[in-house]
Design a protein around this ligand. Structure first.
Ligand SMILES: [Zn+2]
Length: 197
């Protein structure tokens, strides 16, 4: 029961992320949405929803102790040359490790911060991929609910699908309890003898 509840919450979370992905995908035509997050140590981390996908940036670029835990949001023009240059710089060799379809991975040092030994990892994930990743988990409970409804309507055991139209109490196949309303055909055929059951 606990596992079922956790999987339900994960499905809801996934559904929320699915909707967020579609929203940012749509917005990315005219906006680049950027969130800057500083770790407790004050290191710069970033996430950007831009044209084509989401960019994650992990780094130990120091923002200063006073930046710890801070989160900033910003929206920028997709045509902003500085942003384009920055993105190109992140994924340029030798930092670039992979670039397949719209997936990109880079891992390197920040040249103008060499004395700070600033390192970063950048990951680019396309929207279509995130849509699939977040869109599939919510379908699992939906599919299960649809199956339960279909079985209930068809006079079948909700647990195993066995035909229980001629049964009452417990399913002869799996022993699951049969709810009163699972046998509407019997209730109708019983007519005025409802008091006997
Ligand atoms: Zn059953």
């Amino acid at each position: 029961m606990m596992a079922r509840r956790i999987s339900l919450y994960l499905s809801l979370l996934s559904a929320a992320l699915f909707i967020a992905t579609l929203t940012f995908w749509y917005r990315s035509r005219h906006h680049v949405d950027i969130a800057t997050i500083y770790t407790p140590a004050g290191n710069y981390q970033g996430i950007a929803a831009q044209h084509g996908g989401v960019l994650l940036l992990f780094s130990n670029i120091p923002g200063g102790k006073e930046s710890a835990w801070q989160v900033h949001g910003a929206s920028a023009d997709p045509e902003d040359q500085q942003l384009i240059d920055f993105r190109d710089f992140l994924f340029a060799p030798p930092a670039r490790k992979y670039s397949v379809l719209d997936f990109r991975l880079a891992n390197g040092t920040v040249p103008f911060m060499a004395q700070l030994n600033a390192r970063y990892m950048a990951v680019a994930l396309p929207y279509w991929f995130l849509t699939i990743v977040f869109g599939v988990p919510p379908l699992v409970p939906l599919k299960a609910a649809w199956r339960r409804l279909r079985r209930r309507r068809g006079g079948l055991c909700v647990a195993c699908g066995y035909d229980i139209r001629a049964s009452s109490g417990r399913c002869p196949e799996c022993g699951a309890a049969i709810p009163e309303r699972a046998t509407p055909s019997r209730a109708i055929s019983a007519g005025g003898r409802e008091g006997e059951t």
